[in-house]
Design a protein around this ligand. Structure first.
Ligand SMILES: [Zn+2]
Length: 244
């Protein structure tokens, strides 16, 4: 697809297997153009990179495509996915410029944005779906981290309300820290926003030591109260250290 967009020649895949792919010019039949390429997996194992084994790079036809390719969010995503992994905050304006500079066609702001969202979802999963995994995640977390306190609250329709996590190892380590708790909260910047609350401690070297954190909708008194109640359970486990 990248070749198609960058060079203006359409190709046809004649063989598409896990370890080898062959393609010829889309005008092979009509114009008897003999452009063709044959690539094979370099290690002969699925998933390893492909190398070009044979290439006739001379088109004798005058190209089958000069118009703009069919623009879709999937196409844009495939052209920018490496950039987006490096820089998830890449601006739509810069995506439009990149497509114009490297592939010589213009796309609308809508497709630049939709392509970026698609690339982000492919790289890190969809926000909506990650909420759906929370039940599973919290169960696994409790089972594999003995002594942890993990509390997931959902409403009657199973919608996320708030989540508290204190790892067992952090709770045990708190015994060796200064008996003083620091509380703070910060804005979350993902699509669904919310606040992250955290309780931290100082260790003997004055390093910041995380004890517990929570994700809540906003920094309300009710949420702080709930966070402190969860925290009290954790501190209680360790034998009743008083926090401020
Ligand atoms: Zn050709």
């Amino acid at each position: 697809m990248k070749y198609h967009a960058a060079n203006g020649y359409a190709y046809k895949v004649t063989r598409n297997e896990k370890l080898r792919i062959a393609a010829c010019c889309a005008n092979k039949k009509n114009n008897k153009c003999n452009w063709h390429m044959y690539v094979v997996s370099c290690d002969g194992v699925e998933g390893s990179p492909f190398i070009i084994e044979e290439l006739n790079n001379q088109h004798t036809c005058d190209g089958g495509f000069i118009n703009v390719p069919h623009v879709s969010k999937k196409l844009i995503s495939s052209l920018i996915k490496y950039d987006i992994k490096q820089n998830p905050k890449k601006k739509t304006k810069d995506i439009m410029e990149k497509i114009r500079r490297e592939y010589v066609f213009d796309i609308s702001r809508y497709y630049a944005y939709a392509g970026k969202r698609y690339a982000l979802n492919m790289a890190w999963g969809e926000d909506e779906k990650s909420f759906a995994y929370l039940q599973w995640f919290t169960k696994q977390l409790s089972e594999t981290n003995t002594g942890s306190r993990v509390v997931l609250e959902t409403d009657a329709s199973q919608k996320f309300v708030r989540l508290f996590i204190a790892f067992g190892a952090c709770i045990r380590g708190f015994n060796y820290c200064r008996p003083l708790l620091f509380m703070d909260a910060t804005h979350l910047k993902s699509k669904y926003l919310g606040h992250m609350m955290a309780a931290t401690v100082l260790n003997r070297d004055n390093g910041i030591y995380p004890l517990a954190y929570a994700v809540v909708s906003s920094e309300t008194d009710a949420n702080w109260k709930w966070f402190m109640e969860q925290l009290r359970e954790v501190v209680h486990i360790m034998g009743g250290v008083t926090g401020t």
